[in-house]
Design a protein around this ligand. Structure first.
Ligand SMILES: C[S@@+](CC[C@H](N)C(=O)[O-])C[C@H]1O[C@@H](n2cnc3c(N)ncnc32)[C@H](O)[C@@H]1O
Length: 310
């Protein structure tokens, strides 16, 4: 298995993070360490603390970062545990942080991980963290019809979520749904053929189940806030999202942190005491240029939002 992942908006992230010599940075989504490596390259004696749920990523990244030995700490954990991770390492405040959300190409490309609707005989898995005991199989075979409908509708924004959930439940009464290929067949027959031009019919449902299995959206806004509170004044947080559900959460979290007083406008003086914690570095999300998208189609849906601690 070849490990491959092209880091998205690398230059834009580095410019946005404004790397400082001697700075300490947090990369919550290490992956194959493309962004981390670049952070380490950009400043003298820069240090990085990085997390990933995937032990394979950690193992590969360690090799990839060999030349920077002593300047990085890799932690197999969820970035949502940011507070306890930095506490345990005795780090006080950071100079910057990055989140490049979602799955990596190496996870999608490794058919045995069961993330891809292109995998046929592979078991339904989709776990970023192989040590977790909750997989796509449990969602597909264990959730009630209503729960399945909600996952597929809310996390996949799938118009035919009702049909898909109903057919999954019908099919699994006859035989458990074991493989990615079997699930694709069920999705395929749940979507009228005339809607077949909107990309692969299973794409949205697979995204939805993956988000559920890995709890990707739960606690994301809180994690963003924790990370912002962990930055020095002038420190920056850059977040790359790949679909509208993630982006909305980041946009709203930034908005809340950016808001000064939230008192009723009719009050003569502020009684809430809320003060803004950040300033937006870019008002509108940054998107990848045409050249990057031509070279790496995955960058097409990416949005980069950056804020600075005030
Ligand atoms: C898009 S990739 C990151 C790629 C990386 N920036 C690079 O340049 O190689 C996302 C990575 O984040 C990890 N990940 C996703 N959600 C996570 C979470 N909540 N905590 C820790 N790691 C997470 C995934 O396992 C995956 O390896």
């Amino acid at each position: 298995m070849e490990f491959k992942h092209i880091s998205v908006m690398l230059e834009e992230c580095m410019n946005g993070l404004n790397i400082k010599d001697g700075g300490v940075y947090f990369d919550g989504t290490l992956g194959l360490a493309g962004h981390t490596k670049e952070i380490l390259k950009r400043g003298n004696n820069v240090k990085v603390i990085a997390t990933d749920l995937d032990t394979e990523a950690i193992r590969f990244a360690k090799e990839n970062l060999k030349e920077f030995d002593g300047r990085f700490t890799l932690v197999h954990d969820n970035f949502k545990n940011f507070k306890s991770i930095v506490d345990e390492l005795g780090v006080e405040l950071l100079d910057g942080a990055l989140l490049d959300l979602g799955v990596s190409s190496y996870q999608l490309d490794d058919r045995s991980r069961g993330f891809s609707y292109m995998a046929k005989e592979e078991k339904l898995n989709m776990k970023m963290n192989e040590e977790s005991d909750f997989s796509a199989y449990d969602v597909v075979n264990g959730y009630s019809e209503k729960e399945l409908y909600e996952v597929i509708k809310n996390y996949g924004e799938e118009k035919f979520a009702y049909n898909i959930a109903k057919n999954i439940c019908k099919e699994r009464q006859v035989q458990k749904i074991e493989t990615c290929g079997r699930l694709v067949e069920i999705i395929d027959k749940s979507i009228p053929k005339k809607y077949g031009d909107q990309g692969h019919p299973a794409k949205r449902t697979f995204q939805a189940i993956r988000i559920e299995v890995n709890g990707e959206l739960k606690g994301l806004a809180e994690a963003v806030k924790d990370i912002v509170f962990g930055l020095k004044k002038g420190g920056r947080l850059a977040v790359i999202t790949f679909h509208s559900l993630e982006d909305r959460i980041i946009k709203n979290a930034f908005k809340e942190l950016e808001t000064d007083c939230i008192c009723d406008k009719s009050l003569p003086i502020c009684v809430c005491g809320k003060r803004r914690e950040i300033e937006l570095v870019n008002k509108k999300p940054i998107v990848a240029g045409k050249e990057e998208v031509d070279f790496n189609p995955r960058a097409k849906s990416a949005k980069l939002r950056i804020c600075e601690r005030v």
